[in-house]
Write a protein that binds this ligand. Structure first.
Ligand code: TYM
Length: 332
């Protein structure tokens, strides 16, 4: 058999500095899956272009994301790590799939609805069709599993629908992928407004913790995190702020929310918050150290993403050729 292991693909946009939401909701799961799957992890720079980017910052963040993937423990010998725009098949397949996706489907995407509300008339067509590019990312690799945070579930459902539609109209071409959403950390909330998802595009830096935030900044942000006046460390809807801190701690230590509740019986928020902050600092410090080293080693970084693009292109091009042929495009 050409490929015995099941295939994983996932990606993160370099549209802002990565947060512990990205780390706990996505990257940490990727690392734990790397031995059992044939995995493709990309930095989706084309997706970042759906909102205006500063070119120099986009370049720097794209490289930083690659460094973060590696520093978090993704082994380039086991995983294909690449930059989305280095594999042109993604853009080409996205166009083809665009011709099979309905305006109605894209209008129902909650992420588009949220973002377009903020941007009004000036929302780009790219932002509207962005889930189709994401579907191309996934479908080109015969992906079985897409490990993401829960906010991406709807986009993966669209990728499934497009795969099924294309397969039915022509003949089996795509694997129909499943989302893989971890039990803990799948939805880390905003530290200031815990009803909202933590987001790298938030305007208030106190609302998120960045993977690269220095220890003192992490401690300050956690101590300022919004809680409540109930005074009990409990995982409940009534206490969204405290529940979020429990989720963060649990995603780092592997403890279940109930175990954490028990451990903090009779203990105040100040001690709890301080323990959460220390757990984050301890988790992120070695990653930060490694990121700094990697960013100084340009030749190594380049070898990783060039190699990755080469391996990814081979698989992606094969699927793209299949699509083109079935659609009636003349082979080159
Ligand atoms: P993006 O860049 O917004 O987020 C990257 C990953 O981080 C997860 N995530 C979170 N998880 C838990 N709590 C949070 N607060 C949180 N914020 C973000 C996201 O669920 C995601 O897994 N469209 C995607 C990128 C993408 C992609 C793909 C993903 C493009 N093509 C193909 C998978 C497969 C996005 O914007 O993610």
């Amino acid at each position: 058999m050409e490929n015995a292991k099941k295939v994983i693909l996932s990606g993160i946009q370099p549209s802002g500095d990565l947060t512990i939401g990205n780390y706990l909701g996505a990257i940490k799961n990727w690392v734990s899956l790397q031995d059992d799957y044939d995995s493709y992890y990309c930095v989706v720079d084309l997706h970042a272009l759906t909102v205006r980017q500063n070119p120099a910052e986009l370049r720097a963040r794209t490289l930083k994301n690659i460094a973060i993937y590696l520093a978090s423990g993704l082994d380039p010998a086991k995983n294909t790590i690449f930059i989305q725009s280095h594999v042109p098949a993604h853009s080409e397949a996205a166009w083809l799939l665009n011709c099979f996706c309905y305006m109605g489907e894209l209008s129902r995407m909650t992420q588009f609805k949220d973002k377009s509300q903020k941007l009004g008339e000036s929302v780009s067509a790219g932002l509207f069709t962005y889930p189709v590019l994401m579907a191309a990312d996934i479908l080109l690799y015969n992906t079985d599993l897409v490990p993401v945070g829960s906010d991406q579930k709807q986009h993966i459902e669209l990728a499934r629908d497009l795969a099924i539609r294309f397969n039915n109209l022509y003949s089996p071409t795509f694997k129909v992928p499943d989302a893989y959403i971890g039990n803990v950390g799948a939805r880390i909330m905003d530290l200031q407004e815990p009803q909202k998802k933590m987001s790298k595009s938030s305007e208030n830096p106190n609302s998120y913790i960045l993977i690269m935030d220095p220890p003192d900044v992490i401690r300050k942000k956690i101590s300022r995190a919004v809680t409540d006046d109930i005074g009990v460390v409990r995982f409940s809807e009534e206490q969204p702020g405290i529940s979020n801190l429990i989720s963060i701690l649990g995603a780092i230590t592997g403890e279940k929310p109930q175990e954490i509740e028990k451990k903090y019986e009779g203990i105040g928020y100040a001690q709890f918050k301080s323990d959460v902050a220390e757990a984050i600092v301890e988790e992120l410090s070695p990653v930060q150290e490694k990121v700094k080293q990697l960013l100084e080693d340009k030749p190594y970084m380049e070898s990783v993403y060039k190699n990755g693009a080469e391996k990814a292109s081979y698989v992606a091009n094969k699927t793209l050729r299949k699509m083109q042929k079935k659609l009636g495009l003349i082979p080159r």
